[in-house]
Design a protein around this ligand. Structure first.
Ligand code: ADP
Ligand code: MG
Length: 319
């Protein structure tokens, strides 16, 4: 490793305080590999996500947002498992080592890491097309992880927050007069970590909405050997989204737009009051949008012809 790479890591990524506070971390940045001793009774939950400039985010996105988003999307995968994120590694491929860009990228990335108390414990730095690959690891009490395959017949389907905003934000990204709240929703997603942890004890299945509700609910349906029935009129759409798009477009984004990183989960109807209480506690909207029934696939009820046609044209069948 050349001195400049060493300096780059030291200056932008090696946060000693964060690493010393990391539960289970024996050795962090500086050796050939990090050493971790998971706390007794905990399972390690591991996820990796790669973001390529021009593919997973606009190539001209601000560096701070790129840093923030690259970590947030990974944290969302752990949230969907009900895990507490603990540490992460960063494989960073850069076209050039531009100090200004690196400072901003680091402020977004490490700012979120500090806010969530998650340590960067190692990585790799290479030259090439801008690509950020982050592997995040977290803990969950043994046997308590939320999985996609646990939904039961008759379970209700819930979703956190609101859907479709990130897709609207991305669509308006190039327009300077587009809604800043929607753009921010795409660039700075919030991983629902506290929600995931709270769901461990009674949710039967969970997934984060990264590819769009219909597609992601399809994974729960398939893995759980059931059908997901969704009520179109129940999909939570924010007032910002409704103001930015006509009703058909807003609903289409809510059903199929990606990048919202809300959690979609299933729970027995007997837990409705627990969902209500949790919503109050976290100050986060939790909406019942449907039910798991016998069968397979995802069925949407209450679609008008216009949206149905648009969805069919976009490749969504079986409504
Ligand atoms: P090696 O050549 O043994 O793979 P490197 O010289 O690439 O190790 O890296 C030296 C140390 O710096 C290692 O502990 C590695 O995990 C860490 N590191 C390298 N790149 C990054 C990065 N982008 N972010 C955080 N740590 C990094
Ligand atoms: Mg080595």
């Amino acid at each position: 490793m050349s001195l400049s790479e060493f300096e780059l890591i030291k200056r932008y990524f090696d946060d000693a305080a964060l690493q010393s506070a990391c539960s289970g971390l024996v050795l962090g940045i500086g050796d050939d590999a990090a050493i971790v001793r998971p706390p007794a009774g905990q399972e390690l939950v591991v996820a990796v996500d790669t973001s390529v400039a021009g593919v997973h985010f606009p190539a001209d996105a601000p560096a701070a947002e790129i840093g923030y988003r690259s970590l947030a999307v990974n944290l969302s995968d752990l949230a969907a498992m009900g895990a507490q994120p603990a540490f992460f590694t960063l494989a960073l491929t850069l076209p050039e080592a531009d100090p200004e860009w690196l400072q901003a990228f680091s402020s977004g990335l490490m700012g979120l890491a500090r806010a969530e108390g998650i340590a960067l414990v190692g990585g790799d730095t290479t030259r090439g097309h801008l690509t950020i690959s982050i592997q995040v690891q977290g803990y969950v009490p043994q046997g308590k992880a939320l999985r996609r395959d646990g939904a039961q017949l008759g379970d209700l389907i819930f979703v956190s927050g609101s859907l479709g905003e990130a897709a609207a934000g991305l669509a308006g990204y190039q327009h300077p007069d587009s809604d800043a709240q929607l753009r921010a929703r795409y660039l700075r997603p919030t991983a629902r970590i506290a929600l995931g942890k709270a769901l461990r004890d009674w949710a039967s299945a969970a997934i984060d909405v990264s590819d769009g509700l219909l597609q992601d609910m399809g994974h729960i349906a398939k893995r759980s050997h059931l059908a997901a029935h969704i009520d179109a009129s129940a999909i939570p759409l924010s007032s910002a989204l409704r103001a930015a798009a006509n009703p058909a477009q807003a609903l289409q984004w809510g059903l199929t737009g990606g990048d919202d990183y809300e959690l979609c989960f299933c729970a027995p109807a007997a837990h409705c009051s627990a969902v209500e209480a949790l919503s109050q506690e976290l100050n986060l909207k939790l909406t019942c949008i449907g039910e798991m029934r016998a069968g397979s696939g995802v069925q949407v009820h209450g679609l008008d012809a216009k949206v149905r046609t648009a969805l069919a044209r976009a490749g969504y069948q079986h409504f």
